[in-house]
Structure formats: C-alpha cells, structure tokens
Ligand binder design. Structure first.
Ligand code: HEC
Length: 219
C-alpha cells in the first residue's frame, strides 16, 4: 500500500514537473510555419545566416559540403554563397568572430546554434528573431528573451522591408536552423514511408502464405 502511494505521488509530481517544463516562457510564440522540404527557403536561409548571423554565431557541427549536398547546391555554390570564397568545402561552419571578442563587446559569448532549434523549437527562434522592440528611451529589448545581449540584427529589415518579406526572412533563417539541428530529418521521413510500404507488402505476402498453408487443413 505504502509503495503504491509512493508510486502515485511520484507520478503526480513528475507530471506536474513536465507540465511546468513544457510551459517555458510565459509568452505566446508565433508560429514559424517553416517547411524543411522547401529548398529555396533553405538556400535563402543559409545565405541570410551567413550574412546576418555568422559574424557572431557558428553552426560548428555542420560542414559546408554537407549543407551543399542537402540543400541542393554545388560545393562551389556553398563556398561562394556562405563563406565568400574563404573556406574549404570540408571546413566546419565557424563564426567569423575572433575568440574573446564576444565577451569583451557583448558581455557574453554568442552560443553555437547547431542544436538551438532542437533545444528551443523553431517557433521560439522565429519569435525571438522578430521579438525586438524599442522602449520610449530607444533601448531595445526582446519579448522572448528579456534583457538579451544579442542586438536586433534584423533591424534594417524590420524597419524597411515589407512585413511579409521580413517575416519570410525570419522564417527562412528558422528553417535553416531547424535543418541544421537535425540534418537527417528529411532522410528519416523519406525512409519512414519506404519502411511502412515494405511492411505492408510483407503483411500481404504473409497473409497469402498463411492462406496457402492452411488451405487443405480443416480448422
Ligand atoms: C553581434 C553578435 C550577434 C549576431 C550578429 C547574432 N547574434 Fe544571436 N546571439 C548573440 C548573443 C551575444 C547571444 C546570447 C544572448 C543572451 O544570452 O542574452 C545570442 C543568442 C542567440 C540565440 C539564443 C537565444 C536564447 O534564447 O538563448 C539565438 C537563437 C540566436 N542568437 C540567433 C541568431 C540569429 C539567427 C542571428 C542572425 C539572424 C544572430 N543570432 C545574430 C549575438 C549575436
């Protein structure tokens, strides 16, 4: 009985804990509505990432050649469009920031973003990128990460682009970061269908075989 009680309270506590963890930030996240199968979006996202983010961030678990292969570029494209011709195709995608500069200028090292979309989810990234606003004194803050030391790097777009273009740019970057978080996701989805199809064929064959085996047996 005591054991049962302990088990029950453990379950209740862990459910409560999980609910709290899933609650996350108290704000409503915007839906990114990005699409990993949209290669044009991934290509635009990669270029935007290089232009707007790599001054501070790396995605160091990715290499240029893997990105090229996955998003439909040649090796030359990847180096020209993401690395301004400066890197080798087998290089990892490192930040252009010199070590230590982040700490000195921003008070913190900008994190590597390889797994950020896995950690926080695409909707969070999208909301964070679009979440900058200025108070009456002109100080910037972010609704998703209050007091963040990351500047509003998309400010130019936020101010001057059409709202749809600004949204699309944030969506493309988010798409790219979700892809980077799990490059094999597309392969996995494609493979999933093949496995299911194979199992269905197997099911049909085993059923026919069973009928054949039992045909002459009275049962
Ligand atoms: C000037 C340097 C700089 C640039 C450029 C920059 N970031 Fe950051 N970023 C930072 C810093 C610093 C942090 C850590 C922020 C903090 O902890 O307050 C950060 C944090 C982040 C985070 C994590 C937020 C969190 O909740 O912990 C994400 C996601 C991110 N950046 C995405 C981007 C993207 C995408 C771009 C390009 C569009 C970009 N950043 C460009 C400096 C930069």
């Amino acid at each position: 009985m005591k054991k049962l009680f302990l088990l029950a309270s453990f379950l209740v506590l862990s459910i409560l804990g999980a609910a709290q963890a899933a609650g996350g930030p108290a704000i409503e996240l915007e839906k990114a509505e990005n699409n990993l199968r949209d290669q044009d979006s991934l290509q635009r996202g990669a270029i935007l990432f290089s232009n707007y983010c790599m001054a501070c961030h790396s995605v160091k678990y990715m290499r240029y050649n893997r990105i090229a292969r996955d998003i439909g570029w040649t090796d030359e494209d990847a180096i020209a469009k993401m690395a301004y011709g400066q890197n080798k195709i087998v290089d990892n995608v490192m930040t252009r920031m010199q070590p230590g500069v982040g700490m000195e200028v921003l008070g913190t090292e900008p994190p590597d973003l390889s797994l950020m979309a896995r950690l926080k989810g695409p909707d969070y990234i999208y909301t964070f990128l679009r979440g900058y606003h200025q108070d009456e004194n002109g100080n910037w803050d972010n609704i998703a990460l209050k007091g963040t030391s990351m500047p509003n790097v998309l400010e130019g777009m936020q101010r001057h682009s059409a709202p749809d273009d600004y949204a699309q740019a944030a969506r493309d970057i988010t798409n790219f970061l979700e892809y980077v978080g799990e490059p094999a996701k597309l392969d996995r989805h494609d493979l999933g269908w093949k496995v299911i199809a194979f199992l269905l064929v197997l099911l049909l064959l085993s059923y026919l075989l069973k009928r054949e085996y039992w045909r002459d047996i009275k049962h």
